[in-house]
Structures are given as structure tokens and as C-alpha cells.
Unconditional design. Sequence first.
Length: 280
Amino acid sequence: MTRLGRCFKTLQSRGRKALIPYVTAGDPGPDITVPLMHAMVKSGADVIELGMPFSDPMADGPVIQRANERALAQHMTLHKVLAMVAEFRRQDDTTPVVLMGYLNPLEVMGYKEFARAACENGVDGMIIVDLPPEEAQDFVAVMHARQLETIFLIAPTTTDERIRKICAAASGFVYYVSLKGVTGSASLDIKAVADKITHIRSHTKMPIGVGFGIKDATTAAQIARIADAVIVGSALVKTIEDLLDQPDRIVKEISSRISAMRKAMDENDAELLQQHAGSK
């Protein structure tokens, strides 16, 4: 079983939901990323989603776009991202790390070479935003040969036919994009998200994570009631941006935000378990 599989299985056995924070590798500087990853785990993160800086992150809103620009200004590369994961693995061989990004740098490196390097450096899975399942057969085959998970996105507008294709290609978990538009936009309609997750569950037994629009502990707890994983990105990256002139505060503030989300999610999980026990 993969790290990601073990993580979700363990959480399920404990009646808990996964908290998956996102940060962009190398933002605001390369020295902070690995300490920040360790701090997020200590604060309650179950999986780390690490962004691979790219010059045209089309699915991301302005907050994460600026994070990509800051990281690229620090000369971040795909090889440096992989080296960060390897450094993280020297102290943590348990927490899954999923890389999120775009296809072009992987094509330049070559799928087989990337899969080899990702596996050897301790990566567990990939979210490639601009790779549709209809064109992903070669990529998925190479990744799976190295036991790397391939995580695909489902949007509010995704048809049943495409949901079936996505679930057939995906592994690890399915990522439901809860809002139309880019990261960091709008506010969540919790009932609409719940209805869509129920529908997706009719197509797959994989865990379902929800991202986009999760800004604080309250929304994290609301999503934890209906999904298997809560994915938070723009709110954390905005915290980093707000502290660019006080970089020594970044790790503490991000840790505090994650701790608050974890606490709210755990209280929510405990309430659900009590309700379930009372219904028997």
C-alpha cells in the first residue's frame, strides 16, 4: 500500500478527515519550504501538497500566481523541488507529499525520468492541472509503474461521462474543485458541494478531497462533515504574502492557522462519531 493509501486508511479507522495544506515550493525563499512542511505536519497536516512553480499557472488565482512568481524569482526549478522533498524525507518518512503543477516542465524533463526522480526523492503523487484524463494514458502508466498516485480534478460543471473517465484514471484520491473559477475565488455553497460529493461517490470508492474556497477553521470543519479531505491553499499562501517583510513570523502564523483548522475538524469528527454511536 502506498503512503497515501495508508494515510487515508488510518484516518478512516480513527474517524478523522485529512487536512491537506498547499504551499508553493520556494515561496518566499527556498530556505523556508522544508521547515514549513515539517511545521505544518506538527500542526496537524496529514498530507502536504507542494506547488511546483510555473510561469503560467492558469488554474490559480492572483494569490498563488504571485507565489509562483516569487519562487521563480528565487530560481526555483523542478529539480530543486524534488530536492526539497528528499530533504523533508530525511526526518519524515510517513507524511505523503503530493506535487501540484502543470505539464510542461514534466514533458521537458520526460515522464520516465521525472517518475524515477520523484520516486527516488520521496514524492507520493501528482496533481497536473492541465492534463485531461483523455490524454493522460501515457503519463498515468509511467507514474503507476513507480507507484506514484495520479490525482485528477473534478469541477462543478464536470459531466457524468467525464467523472467516470476521471475516476478510472485517478488513484490516491479525487480532488473536487468546489467553485467555478480559479483558486481563492468566491465563497462556498456547502449544500451544493455536499450534493456534488454524494454524486461523485456513486462513481468511485476513492477518498474525495475538496479544495478552493476553504479560508478558515469554520469552512474547514464544514467541508470535513461531507468530504474525506480538506484542501487549503490560497488562504495559507496569502498569509505568507502578508508577512513578506516579516519572514521570521511565517512558520508560526501558518502553523497557527493549520492548528485552528485541525482543531475545528477534530471537534467536528468527534461530534459525528457520537452521532453515529447514538444512532446504533
